[in-house]
Design a protein around this ligand. Structure first.
Ligand code: GUN
Length: 295
């Protein structure tokens, strides 16, 4: 049996189209133009690509994009001063500081300085705490994208066993809370988990977010399971070019799983789509309007 391939690109395009329609309505009915400030410090090539993609998607959806590109040697104080200006700017509904940051800057201090109402990454401890207590929050984009992909593949996910492999603040931890809020039975696994393959084999939905290429093998997967691969590692190809691979050994896994996301073309596209949704949500809340239901 070969798994159904979950088309993250098509699902992300659908969400981007819904976002664009919501933005058009906000403009014409309420006179609101959602705006996001994206801050990049330094010249990390992968971050430059991500920021470019975010900028293009924001503009395509009809929103305002404010780009701030700072030198790699920027001090923490200068970055915090920029964030204070963005917090105070009513045209800016969302603020995203691209990670990782250069080593002279403390990531947690920067995240803490962002107004939680504008924290479209959902990384601020206020938003993390709201999510963890089942309250309305701005939720990190990648885990929300994972949940939407799983729901599009399976329909109702109530009561299913979810195993999240990886405990990062950006993906693993919020993913576990998010699936718990959607009434799943959640196990968090990580590098110290005993008999990780056996734990993974319990999963109806397996979220792979470890950042280790092809670590999760075909025989770690329960037959028919839904596999969501968050990993993206660039590896050399024989022709001297490079290709992207996930945390899951795709060729093995697709023979066992019921549905699986490819890399690329799976979760990656969803992150940008959910950023648009979070920015619309933040803009609506700032104006006291009920945010549209996009997903
Ligand atoms: N770096 C890798 N993923 C992300 C993300 O989702 N948001 C930000 N700000 N930086 C990242």
């Amino acid at each position: 049996m070969s798994a159904r391939i979950i088309d993250g690109k098509a699902i992300a395009e659908d969400i981007r189209a819904q976002a664009a329609r919501a933005v058009a309505t906000l403009k014409t009915v309420h006179g609101i133009e959602p705006g996001i400030a994206v801050v990049l410090v330094g010249e990390d090539p992968a971050s430059q690509v991500y920021v470019r993609n975010k900028d293009a998607a924001v503009k395509e959806a009809g929103m305002r994009s404010f780009q701030h590109t700072l030198d790699a040697a920027t001090s923490q104080d200068d970055l915090l001063a920029l964030i204070a200006r963005l917090n105070a700017d009513p045209a800016v509904h969302g603020i995203l500081v691209q990670l990782p940051l250069p080593e002279q800057i403390h990531t947690n201090a920067v995240i803490a300085a962002i107004d939680p109402a504008k924290d479209v990454d959902g990384f601020h401890i206020i938003n993390a705490g709201l999510l963890a207590t089942g309250q309305a929050a701005l939720v990190p984009c990648t885990p929300t994208g994972c949940a939407i992909l799983a729901e599009r593949a399976l329909g109702d996910i109530t009561g299913l066993e979810v195993v999240v492999v990886g405990r990062s603040n950006i993906v693993g931890r919020p993913a576990a809370q998010l699936f718990l809020n959607r009434n799943c039975t959640v196990t968090m696994a990580h590098s110290r988990t005993r008999d990780l393959p056996a734990v993974c084999r319990r999963a109806d939905i397996l979220i792979a977010a470890v950042g280790r290429k092809e670590m999760i093998r075909g025989d770690w997967i329960k037959p028919g399971a839904c596999v969501i691969d968050v990993g993206i590692t660039r590896v050399p190809r024989e022709d001297g070019k490079t290709r992207l691979v996930g945390d899951v050994a795709f060729d093995e896994a697709k023979e066992v799983a019921g549905a699986i996301t490819p890399v690329p073309g799976g979760v990656g596209r969803m992150t940008v789509a959910m950023l648009l949704v979070n920015t619309i949500t933040a803009a609506c809340r700032a104006a006291g309007i009920e945010p549209p239901d996009i997903g």
